[in-house]
Design a protein. Sequence first.
Length: 392
Amino acid sequence: MRMMTNVAWLLLIPAAIAIGWLLGRRGGEIKGGAKISRLSNTYFRGLNYLLNEQQDKALEIFLQIAEVDKETVETQFALGHLFRRRGEVDRAIRLHQNLVARTGLSEEQKTRAVLELGEDYMRAGLLDRAETLFNDLVQMGVHAPKALQQLISIYQSERDWKQAITYALKYEQITGEAMGGSIAHYYCELAEKHVHEGNLTAARDRIAAAYSSDSQCVRAGMIEGRLDLLENNDAGAIRAFERVARHDVDYLPEVLPQLMECYERRNELMRARGFLQEVIEQYSGVTPLLALTDLIERDEGAMAAQEFLAKQLLQRPSVRGEAVLLEKAVANPGDEPVETLKTLKLITDQLLVRSANYRCVNCGFGARAHHWQCPSCKHWGSVKPLLNLLGS
């Protein structure tokens, strides 16, 4: 939280510097050297407070500047930003409303004032007012990218996915920034809604649209597999869930239980073994390994499964995997219990070697050895012993 606050205040410094530049520029237009000196001294005092994160004092100083030199628009913008950062949204709204109503502003300044006022409304939860302002800017074609971003954010908050899609497409067209990933999620949200309503045909249409936006959309594949299961189409579900794992293997644990049930019902266990062997090469987790171990035990017996699992765990140690191996060793002790214990000892050693014993409470950096200064965030005294299954 403290780091985020620091960043927020650093973002205000350029605005304060701009105020100082404008004051200097306007100095030649103000009669009386004493007035110029007072403004400059006051400004630098305010900037000093800002740099030292004394926001109350900085705000007081900039209010004084605004009172002395009411025509300095940048001062008003800086004040509005300060009000919003401090949570004084009502004051920010009034200030920006006055700026919007002021005559003599350039088009750029007027647009900026409208954008700032829209952000005030969003912070205050007045989304309908913010939406109207941003839509007006989009219709005028002025500063459209920022307004479009805010509109997309509003429609996401309101779960108005159709509007979010419309404005995301406009944003992509104007900026050239790819929005396909986000748009695919919006279509998936609509698909989830149709599934909940029992309209599976409409849901499939939305899934097709999601794939059109992002051909490797994992979420679309997961919903498609669920739709196939609802329609008792195990073959389709297998294709969908396998595609999910191939697009992003990290999501394999999310679909594997249902996928294995489909293989079982269709009596396609050889296909299952081939697929699991394929993903084990890419996925370092233990979930597919344990599923393949179960299939080997079914086809080749308990000892073969135990030997396979032990060999794999020496290469990719896992507490969960070791627990399963221990369970199988107890159920089927075999002729060489000492060898089994040696294997378990080696797996445990691997787990201890690879585990972090310390973690930085400030940034989450993990380390085997203790550091008084975190190597990652450079914070002092934040690296502490890690209390977990393998720690102290």
